[in-house]
Design a protein around this ligand. Structure first.
Ligand code: HEM
Length: 351
């Protein structure tokens, strides 16, 4: 899986998959995202919900947060190799991967029959599976081949769904922001009532709202790196030795009042000029930074925006008595997953 690969193997894999997320590929995917806008799942779910929902829900059950999956994730991300070996852990869980293998075969079949709606990722995985050179160099067997699309599923699915849930939650609590955003959405569709890739990308207030959500609720709240050569931090006598694992507390940056005044408040306007935060060093990087920056960033932002645009066109979002005043996170996983349900009222708007 690319997430866990290093060096040349990572570089080669990354280059292949980057081609699935270019502007022209995103533009091609737009009608699919748009048609599933109200459900807001990545392409894979579009297939599995329609064609084989049992497999989908089995995968969901197998990757749902549990104490076991929490320990597994922590061991992998914090490089506790001895524990990984001692507990014979696999990442992802074997059961989840087995279910996913079924779904993957199903998708390949659909794409081969010409029924596939998004075949980019499947095409790339299939091309790697048929590339003798790559197979030999990186022992790329069936298991690894299934691991790649599975990785996109785990890296992309929960992050998008969580971000959307937090966006709707904050919009329900902040009616002025909600109404301003709805005005922008309506204005963009005054001509023919339809959304396009360009219209969604052109929504400036939408961009500010989504960035503010990424600040308050970064789905992955830290970054991890391994130091590849001894490095002395400029102006100090602190040296980070080669091989040290470095963790960057992104969530801490996002709630630092010296960078973001009144950090507990939801204020999309603070992102009217996003680049100000990274002018003198990196301060805001919800998708990471450098060569390992999230490969799905543009896809994720597009998907979230399409969903929000559809939802606000059709519904007024309101908090209910059971809506949490503040979101609490589950301690079972290292990503920011809410502890309990976020209940909201979707009041239909007159057409
Ligand atoms: C709101 C949604 C998302 C957020 C906030 C997010 C955030 C991140 C972050 C912080 C990283 C680590 C970057 C670094 O270390 O510098 C990452 C890596 C990654 N993300 Fe995302 N992500 C999201 C959605 C997605 C989606 C939709 C996909 C795929 C379709 C995806 C695929 C990946 C992959 C493959 C990596 C590893 C890249 C590599 O190691 O080269 N992510 N993401």
């Amino acid at each position: 899986m690319m997430l866990l690969q290093k060096g040349k193997e990572w570089k080669e894999t990354r280059e292949k998959f980057t081609t699935a997320f270019t502007s022209s590929k995103l533009r091609q995917m737009f009608p699919v995202l748009d048609s599933y806008g109200e459900k807001t799942f990545v392409g894979i779910e579009a297939y599995s919900l329609e064609e084989d929902s049992e497999v989908y829900w089995k995968i969901k059950a197998a990757i749902a947060p549990t104490y076991e999956s929490g320990v597994r994730g922590i061991c992998y991300f914090f490089k506790l190799q001895t524990l990984v070996e001692w507990m014979k852990l696999t990442f992802p869980q074997r059961a989840a991967l087995d279910y996913f293998a079924d779904a993957f075969q199903h998708l390949v079949k659909l794409c081969q029959e010409g029924n596939g709606k998004i075949s980019n990722l499947i095409d790339i995985v299939s091309s790697l599976k048929n590339n003798d050179n790559y197979i030999k160099k990186y022992a790329y067997g069936d298991r690894k081949a299934v691991g790649q699309p599975f990785m996109f599923f785990i890296a992309g699915e929960n992050t998008i769904i969580m971000s959307l849930a937090y966006t709707l939650y904050e919009l329900a609590k902040h009616r002025r922001v909600q109404s301003k955003l709805r005005d922008e959405i309506r204005e963009a569709t005054l001509d023919d009532g339809a959304f396009t890739y360009e219209k969604i990308l052109g929504m400036k207030y939408m961009e500010m709202v989504v960035q503010e959500i990424m600040r308050m609720y970064p789905p992955l709240p830290f970054l991890d790196r391994e130091c590849t050569k001894d490095y002395t931090i400029r102006g100090t006598d602190v040296t980070i030795s080669k091989g040290t694992q470095v963790y960057v507390p992104m969530l801490g940056f996002n709630f630092d009042k010296n960078i973001f005044p009144e950090p507990e408040k939801f204020i999309p306007e603070r992102f009217a000029n996003k680049s100000q935060y990274n002018q003198n060093g990196m301060r805001f990087f919800p998708f990471g930074e450098g060569p390992r920056i999230c490969i799905g960033e543009r896809f994720a932002l597009l998907d979230i925006k399409v969903a929000v645009a559809h939802i606000l066109t059709n519904f007024e979002l309101e908090p209910l008595p059971d809506t949490p005043k503040k979101v609490e996170y589950t301690p079972l996983v290292f990503s920011l997953v809410p502890k309990g349900p976020i209940i909201l009222n979707f009041k239909p708007l007159a057409a």
